[in-house]
Design a protein around this ligand. Sequence first.
Ligand code: AMP
Ligand code: ZN
Length: 667
Amino acid sequence: MDMFLQRIEELRRQLNEHNHNYYVLNQPTISDQEFDHMMRELQDLERDYPQYADPLSPTQRVGSDINKAFVQVRHERPMMSLANSYSIEEVQDFLRRAKEGLGGEPCEIVGEMKYDGTSISVTYENGRLVRAVTRGDGVQGDDVTANVITIRSVPLQLPEGLDFPIRFEVRGEILLPWKSFEAINKERAFNEEPLFANPRNAAAGTLKLQNSAEVARRGLDAYFYFLLGDNLPFATHGESLDALKRWGFKTGEHTILQSIDDVEGFIAHWDAARRNLPVATDGLVFKINSLRQQLNLGATAKSPRWAIAYKFAPERECTRLQFVSFEVGRTGVITPVANLDPVLLSGTVVKRASLHNQDIIRSLDIHDGDMVYVEKGGEIIPKIVGVDVKQRLPQSQPVTFVSVCPACGTTLQRVEGEAAWVCPNKWTCPPQITGRIEHFVARHAMNIDGIGEEVAIALHDHGLVNDVADLYSLTEEQLVALDRFQQRSAQRILRGIADSRQVPFARVIFALSIPFVGETTAKVLARNVHDIDTLMAMPAEQLASIPEIGPKIAQSIVDYFAAESNRRIVERLRQAGLQMSLSEEELASRGDALAGKKIVISGVFQHHSREEYKAMIEQNGGKNVSSISKATNYVLAGDNMGPAKLEKAQKLGVPIINEDEFLALLS
Ligand code: AMP
Ligand code: ZN
């Protein structure tokens, strides 16, 4: 065999093993650097010897940003759901029925976690992953193999010499661990994108992304709980779970239970212990252990008769309100936050809960020192759902809303028509400044890594960064002297700052934190106004005459640039080398060919990616919309356009154009 191929195969085998040690066993045996080093060697070899490429190579875990529409696949065996129960009595009933069905035979039970994610079926042939399909409607689902390959704990190639059958299917749950979930929502909050309500929605949404590189970034995990196949050599479910574990799959917690007392003990244990798991669970699952007994019991139309889910009551705790703090956001809006005696809820310690606004505080009639009920039904931000009035302290007073800014002392103003109070001291109120720094560096803005909330506050507290323009005079010595940075992370921040000079004009506008100017508005402004000097000089009426810019946004832009301090910041950003106008390229490629047109993109394309088509539409004055309505002007259709979309477009008489026709429209 070619010595390069030999080395490639050796590296793949070792990297797979280290992935398993790290992501499944949580026991890495080599350092991250050693791992990266091997990965780089493999990447280099695969680049130099493309004839040895393998879609299941460990290098492919990073995914790709080429869009692929999902193909519908029929399940070999339907994916059923589980019957639910909510009390030990219902579980007892289930066991009684099972025993009856088995003619009174004794039976063993396996107790497992019910993972709260999205279910997946993965097929292996000769130890290689060949396909991963979502549950869909149970009969057929989406082929999401490209996305599942990016999940580090899912084996791509099983080690040789193990006792796995030639062909088998595993089923499990794809989850977004709490840590990844919280990180993603934090980032989404920065980017003013809607937050995911809970890890289940986030996992399902992530798995359906048509960009596997983004999926890889999000940090999904997978736990497996079923093995299926023809003539499998196992007598019990427990044995097949042990086999899955042996072959390198991450399996959940499971215990063999002999009696209803064992079941009760298992529930009592996990009701508390599940809070320490790294992933969300919404209950337990009990399964009859013997596969022969399972076969005898069979299934109803919806669910097997040999398994039952036990759902936990939604988590709610009662704890003491210590005090209400009032926090100032980037735009000056004041958010009341309940600071609580710490309680454990859904695996995380909760110390704070949002009280949203003055109206909510009033309707809860919350008093200082009250015992309050906190709920966290998988949602990221816990909420206060009520007060235990019986435990109210005799002299306690209702919580009052502050009248001056807690950060800078300025008298608050109530936003007309809204429940919010704001601090009007936009330009020198510290949390508004640090909030703007965080916004400025966010991924969809200037994309500077390594500056989160704490760093932004530290930079401001040390007098290093008073406004975003100060970022551009930071030095490595200053950052290292802050003593929270290693040299390496300081350099990473500086590299990000340097690179941000190339960030296009539209994102610079977005990064400035002009009230009401989000990502989309910033793009519209860049396209229509071309450069910052014109923008700064534009009167409100003229701004408002730009399509999609209303009078409220127009006035906000004028107010922003009327402030001397803001004009100075813009000037200094210009000196620092930021893009203050559309580039030659953007100007050349920009046109009005699609002015005001609403266009839906559907299917897979040959010449450009979906993202590129989206950008082209916007650069030419059009708007990319997601669903077809009477107001849609065109559907830009590639291969495999969804049948529902096709039908709708035809019904509404919306013209369908292909790639070539679209490109012709632009030229
Ligand atoms: P439901 O969707 O509420 O009917 O519950 C059934 C779903 O629970 C299954 O489709 C699986 O996605 C999920 N599930 C989570 N953990 C397990 C487990 N240990 N065994 C079986 N199903 C599970
Ligand atoms: Zn203030």
